[in-house]
Design a protein around this ligand. Structure first.
Ligand code: FCB
Length: 447
C-alpha cells in the first residue's frame, strides 16, 4: 500500500500521549431492544420517514453490543492507549429515572474490564444525544427538571462504574443539540424553535455542572469535564462589520459554552443579542452559573471545521469541503483553537476527543480500503496539534472520530468516518489504510 509521506523531519509526541479513537453508544451498539433498554429520542426520530438518509436507524448499527470483544481486540491490535465511548442513558434508566437496569450496567462493566485487560484507558461520555424518550415526552431539555434527572443518572453511573473510569465527559457537544436538535431540526428531537434552543443550552450547561457536583459528592478522584465542539470563527473579509459579526458568531459557537463553564458567566454580547425576554434569559436562576462553573479537571475539545463569517452575519466557504457539507478542511484551525483556549481560559488540561473526516470508502477486491485522504487529514491535524503542544498547550491525548464506520445520525450509514471499515451486510471489520498508518504512528509515537 502507498501511504502519503509526512512533512520534513520526524514529529514526536510525548511518551505519555494518549493516542485514541472515539465512538458513541447509539452510533455503534445496536441491540436497541435488548436487556431492558428503553427508547431514546434517536429511536423515535430515526423511525420518522424522511428524517434519516435511506431511513437508516441505529437498531442494528454495527452490532457492537454483541461484538464488543472483537472490537476490543481490534483496539488492542491498533495499539490504542485511550478509548472514548459513551454510555447509553436508556440502557441504564429505561425511562430516564429511578432504579438502574443492572443488565445495562453489566454491559459497560464488561466493556470496561475488557479495556483494562488490554491496557487501554477508558474515557466515558455520559450523554451522547440518546435522551430517554420518556424524558423527552416530559419536556426534554426544555424542562429544567431534565438537568436534575441527568445528575441523578450520572450519580448512578459514577457509583456503579466509577472504579473503572479515570476520566468522565459529561455532555457531548451541547451546541449540536441546540443547533441541530432545536434550530435546524435535522437531529432529534427535530424542533425548529430558536427561543427554545437557548433555554435548552442553559439546561444542558446546568446538567453538566450538576453532574460535576455529583461526581465530587461521591468522593471520587476521577477527572471530569465537558466535551465541546469548538469552531474557530474568522471574519470572511477585512471589514470591521465582518470582524464584529465573527465576534458575535464566536459567542454562539464557542463562548456560550466556554465562558459559562470556565468563567461562570454567559457572554454579555450574546445575552444582549438574545434579549432580556428570551426564554434563556428568563430561565437562568440565581446560583445556576456557580453550579455550571464548578471546577473541571480537563476540557475535551472536538475540532472539525472553521467558520468564516461575512459582514451581514452569514457564512462563507474558503476551503475544500468533505463529504460532510458543513466541514471545511483547515488543519491550522486546530492550532488556532487549541492555542486560543489556553490563552483565553488558562492552562487547563486538554484532550481532543474528536477529529476526523468522512471519505467515500470502498472495500477493494484485495480486501483493502484506500482511504489515503483520511491519512493526509489526520497527519495534517496532528501536525497542528503538535505545534500547539510545542507552544505550551497542555494537550494530553487525541481521539480520532471514529474507531469504526457507524450510524452518522441523519446521514445514516452513507458517511463513513471510521479508521476501520465495516461491511454492513456481514458486520465484518477491515482495517483501512488509515488504521494501518495510525497503528504505526502510535507505535512510533509520531510520524
Ligand atoms: C460529531 C458527533 C459525532 C459524529 C461526528 C462526525 O459532531 O459528536 O457523534 O457524528 O460529529
Amino acid at each position: 500500500m502507498s501511504i502519503p509521506t509526512g512533512p520534513a523531519g520526524p514529529l514526536r509526541f510525548p511518551d505519555t500521549f494518549g493516542w485514541g479513537a472515539a465512538t458513541s453508544a447509539y452510533q455503534i451498539e445496536g441491540a436497541t431492544k435488548e436487556d431492558g433498554r428503553g427508547e431514546s429520542v434517536w429511536d423515535t426520530f430515526s423511525r420518522v420517514p424522511g428524517r434519516t438518509r435511506n431511513g437508516d436507524t441505529g437498531d442494528v448499527a454495527i452490532d457492537h453490543y454483541h461484538r464488543y470483544a472483537e472490537d476490543l481486540d481490534l483496539m488492542r491490535d491498533l495499539g490504542l492507549r485511550s478509548y472514548r465511548f459513551s454510555i447509553s442513558w436508556p440502557r441504564i434508566q429505561p425511562d430516564g429515572t429511578g432504579t438502574p437496569n443492572q443488565r445495562g450496567l453489566d454491559f459497560y462493566r464488561r466493556l470496561l474490564d475488557g479495556l483494562h485487560e488490554r491496557g487501554i484507558t477508558p474515557m466515558a461520555t455520559l450523554f451522547h444525544w440518546d435522551l430517554p424518550q420518556a424524558l423527552q415526552d416530559a419536556g426534554g431539555w426544555e424542562s429544567r427538571d431534565t438537568a436534575q434527572r441527568f445528575a441523578d443518572y450520572a450519580d448512578v453511573v459514577f457509583r456503579a462504574l466509577g472504579d473503572r473510569v479515570p476520566a468522565w465527559l459529561t455532555i457531548n457537544e451541547p451546541k449540536t443539540v441546540v443547533q441541530n436538535g432545536y434550530l435546524t431540526g435535522h437531529h432529534a428531537p427535530g424542533r425548529r424553535d430558536p427561543d427554545a434552543a437557548y433555554l435548552v443550552a442553559h439546561h444542558l450547561q446546568l446538567a453538566h455542572g450538576l453532574a460535576v457536583g455529583a461526581l465530587r459528592a461521591t468522593g471520587s478522584d476521577s477527572r471530569i469535564g465537558p466535551a465541546l465542539n469548538l469552531h474557530p470563527c474568522y471574519p470572511a473579509d477585512d471589514s470591521p462589520q465582518a470582524a464584529a459579526a465573527a465576534h458575535l458568531y464566536d459567542g454562539y459557537e464557542n463562548r456560550l459554552y466556554l465562558d459559562s463553564v470556565l468563567r461562570g458567566s454567559y457572554p454579555e454580547d450574546l445575552l444582549a443579542d438574545l434579549g432580556p425576554h428570551s426564554r434563556m434569559a428568563q430561565g437562568i436562576r440565581d446560583g445556576d452559573l456557580k453550579i455550571i462553573s464548578a471546577p473541571i479537571d480537563l476540557l475535551a475539545v472536538q475540532y472539525y471545521t472553521p467558520i468564516y463569517v461575512t459582514a451581514d452575519g452569514g457564512t462563507a466557504h474558503r476551503w475544500a469541503t468533505s463529504e460532510a457539507e458543513w466541514q471545511q478542511i483547515y488543519p491550522e484551525g486546530m492550532y488556532d483553537l487549541l492555542t486560543r483556549v489556553t490563552r483565553d481560559y488558562g492552562p487547563i488540561p486538554l484532550t481532543i476527543t474528536e477529529n476526523g473526516l468522512p471519505t467515500p470508502d470502498t472495500l477493494g477486491t484485495d480486501d483493502t480500503v484506500q482511504d489515503n485522504g483520511r491519512i493526509t487529514f489526520l497527519r495534517d491535524h496532528l501536525t497542528a496539534a503538535h505545534r500547539a503542544i510545542a507552544d505550551g498547550v497542555p494537550l494530553e491525548s487525541f481521539h480520532v472520530w471514529s474507531l469504526l464506520d457507524n450510524f452518522e445520525w441523519d446521514q445514516g450509514y452513507d458517511q463513513r468516518w471510521g479508521l476501520v471499515y465495516v461491511d454492513y451486510a456481514t458486520q465484518r471489520r477491515v482495517l483501512k489504510n488509515s488504521a494501518v498508518w495510525y497503528r504505526s504512528v502510535i507505535a512510533d509515537g509520531g510520524f
